[in-house]
Design a protein around this ligand. Sequence first.
Ligand code: GUN
Ligand code: FE
Length: 437
Amino acid sequence: MTEQGDKNMERFAIRGHICYSEDQKKIRTVDRGYVVCEEGKSRGVFETLPEEWRGIPCRDYGDKLIIPGLVDLHVHAPQYTFRGLGMDRELIDWLNTHTFPEEEKYKDTAYAKKAYNIFIEDLLHSATTRACVFATCHKEATLWLMKKMEEAGLAGYVGKVNMDRNSSRGLQEESAQKSAQDTEAWILAAAGLTNVRPILTPRFIPTCSDELMEKLSELQKKYRLPAQSHLSENLSEIEWVRQLCPQASCYGDAYRLHGLFGGECPTIMAHCVYSDEEETRMMKEQGVFIAHCPESNVNLASGIAPARRFLDQGLKMGLGTDVAAGTSLSMFRAMAMAVQCSKLRWRIQDESLAPLTVEEVFYLATKGGGEFFGRVGSLEPGYEFDAVVIDDTMLRHARKLSAKERLERLIYLGEDRHIQAKYIKGKQVLPIEKNCR
Ligand code: GUN
Ligand code: FE
């Protein structure tokens, strides 16, 4: 058995002020409680350590806060290089002016390695324990990203992007045939990875021909892979899709017609800013996960997604940073932006949809997004042991705050430097042991 395997078999507990989401309306806190990990899974949160685990190793984090790891349902790794730059355009213009030219550079694997190393290091030092990542259409660089993420102890899905039309000359794949061939070669090459798994990633309908979508659907069935893409983000994009796919009843239907919209194919669709009743119903029926990316939607002036409506209607949903349309990898920031944007939408656009609450955004960033991975996003028994230990002592206060108040402040004020330790699937990935670097 590997060293990592041995570690995962270990039973241990960590102790501190524990907060996790029970459901969309309730955060449970246990002061100076214990979370027990066995074989990479949580055995639950306890006020006192039950008899059967007395004597197991216990790391006591004192007054620190312990929360489930945060889940980023939508992020573009190659775009991390231009975060905070070029926000002066809307989606299609932004893709053509800033995004495609940058992604072209990942054809050069040496450049990709340099850039991806920075992304991985920053993701590792964030509170994110799971991510669904878009790479580029280049299979070598994508595979390298996956291997390095796995080596760093990260977990999630990474997609080699597919795009065979309406892209820049230097980025567009030669043909649907070549795109599918490269995708299959990449899937097979990624077979040895366990924690960072492949996910089919047609970029969005405008850059994927019908022939390519059909081929991806075949690969989906053959290898039983999940899928991720973009949906109803921007009004001009939606109009473009209407022209490209007149046979589809809505944008989501253009994916569904090719079998890449939930159902047998677990799917994440980012944005859904303009999903109407029909599209929403289709997502619900098909069990499609929505990646709500509020910061991106502000930066590209796309709009504000009706997250409250999706929650109330029982859709599956999590949060995404959508770097580089979102500037930051911080899921704390994504939670804060989700609350703030929902307030603006409520005030300016639609008074029928009440703002999101702290409980709701914490749920979305943990259990909501975590569900895409199975039992992830909580510290309840049976959930994979993804946890973050937070030292917020530098956020000084004149009185003693409750664990719930401290969590609420972190949503607005939390930064990477507050993270003291991080565990993914029961393995401690932060702090990095010096002799491992
Ligand atoms: N739609 C298609 N590609 C992209 C992308 O890279 N970012 C965003 N925000 N939307 C997209
Ligand atoms: Fe995106």
